[in-house]
Write a protein that binds this ligand. Structure first.
Ligand code: NDP
Length: 386
């Protein structure tokens, strides 16, 4: 039987890598739905190549262009629930939309998929309290795609919190690791998206350059794994071959190494131990001679202090930090603010008079999360135009 698969955000970096993985095994997959926001040309090309049953182009402006180009595929646009497009159960959904825009589609996917692989960390950071209720109700299997979380999951299978001393999430340090701090004032967007080890979308590349990505990754790990928050630590590992390190109380230290290719965790979420990736480039053991690790300098990367602040300021504090960061990354990419203003402004929002009131609310629905997300976006914009 063919596996019924959906890729949310198929035109992005993770979406394209997922299609790359299944391209080698097309006969075993039925592509039920591919989605994009604006990139209608790529979506049309993917739909034809993979004989997709349905496509969803979020931006309604492009609906007729997609519709006119695809005769054998049903075309949808706008905000539409996956349930209206898909009947029956899916085997696998890849959730790879960027930003909190991925939250509602991820929730929809949880209701209709046996397995949901989640790359869209923002939906976990902002919506885990809601998502986890539906994961239980629908008995959906959730697999993290982020290489750090995928490796923590693999390394801690069957381990209890008691058995674990420390969980280290590695960070490459991004393109500016060895730069003088004074130079960070004049960083241009094209420098910040130029990640030394990974080819990723713009948003996550900026988050990697100032380590906001690690803030989100630690929060994500605290939500999906049941280990104590205090056990997480971030370390710089410029080569990015080790994705996480677990120190166990029995004296053993375990880690997973693999090449900097997201197709590796992606294909593992698709195939599990039966993974048979063709042409995967294995690491040369000699690479072990070149691995280095260092502590994070919080003076150079002040974002790192936001981990504790975000985790200890209320359930919705991560939603506020995420929304503010999404706005600020957008402003930075458009040349409206400087690179250092991103973390500076997020820190400011913690000092806002309404922050505590909103951060401590208990969300009952996605609508509640969206309300706080919206407040944080407006507040952030107001702070930047002052
Ligand atoms: P990209 O920016 O490359 O792709 C994002 C995808 O989401 C595109 O298909 C895009 O469509 C779609 N999209 C963007 N905005 C919206 C919206 N408002 N509504 C619906 N769809 C939208 O991102 P990445 O692939 O790099 O990242 C995706 C997610 O995976 C992020 O959450 C990221 O943090 C996470 N992740 C990424 C990794 C990587 O290596 N790239 C590694 C680990 C996690 P369009 O092309 O039309 O704009």
């Amino acid at each position: 039987m063919k596996k019924k698969i959906v890729i949310l955000g198929s035109t992005g970096s993770i979406g394209k890598s997922t299609l790359e993985v299944i391209k080698k095994d097309k006969k075993n997959f039925d592509v039920i739905l591919l989605t994009a926001n604006n990139n209608y040309k790529k979506l049309i090309q993917q739909a034809k190549q993979f004989k997709a049953k349905n496509v969803l182009i979020k931006n309604e402006k492009f609906f007729s262009r997609v519709k006119n180009s695809l005769k054998k595929t049903k075309v949808y646009s706008g905000e539409i629930s996956l349930k209206k497009i898909i009947s029956g159960k899916l085997d696998y959904t890849m959730s790879a939309i960027v930003g909190v825009a991925g939250l509602q589609p991820t929730l929809d996917a949880i209701k209709i998929s046996k397995t949901v692989a989640i790359a869209n960390k923002e939906s976990i950071i902002c919506g885990w309290e809601i998502l986890s209720k539906f994961i239980k109700r629908y008995k959906t299997k959730i697999l993290p795609v982020d290489s750090e979380h995928f490796s923590i999951m693999e390394l801690t299978k069957n381990s209890t919190d008691n058995e674990i001393e420390e969980i280290i999430i590695t960070a490459s340090g991004g393109p500016f690791l060895n730069m003088k701090k004074s130079k960070l004032n004049n960083i241009k967007p094209r420098q910040a998206i130029n990640h030394p080890n990974w080819k990723m979308g713009k948003k996550i590349s900026i988050d990697s350059a100032n380590l906001m990505n690690k803030v989100f990754e630690v929060i994500e790990a605290c939500k999906i794994f049941k280990f104590s928050k205090k056990k997480y630590k971030v370390m710089i590992h410029p080569q990015s071959y080790v994705h996480s390190i677990i120190r166990f109380r029995n004296g053993l230290v375990k880690m997973i190494l693999h090449n900097t290719d997201m197709k590796i965790p992606i294909s593992n979420t698709l195939y599990g131990s039966k993974n048979n990736l063709f042409n995967v480039k294995h690491l040369d053991a000699k690479i072990l001679n070149k691995l280095s690790f260092q502590n994070v300098d919080s003076n150079f990367f002040p974002s790192i202090k936001l981990i504790e602040k975000s985790l200890n300021s209320g359930i919705l504090a991560p939603t506020i930090v995420n929304a503010s960061n999404e706005v600020l990354v957008g402003l930075f990419l458009r040349g409206k603010i400087g690179f250092l203003d991103i973390v500076r402004t997020i820190n400011k929002i913690f000092r806002d008079k309404d922050f505590k009131k909103y951060a401590r609310r208990k969300p009952e629905s996605i609508k509640d999360i969206k309300m706080i997300d919206n407040w944080a976006r407006l507040k952030t914009i107001a702070m930047c135009v002052r």
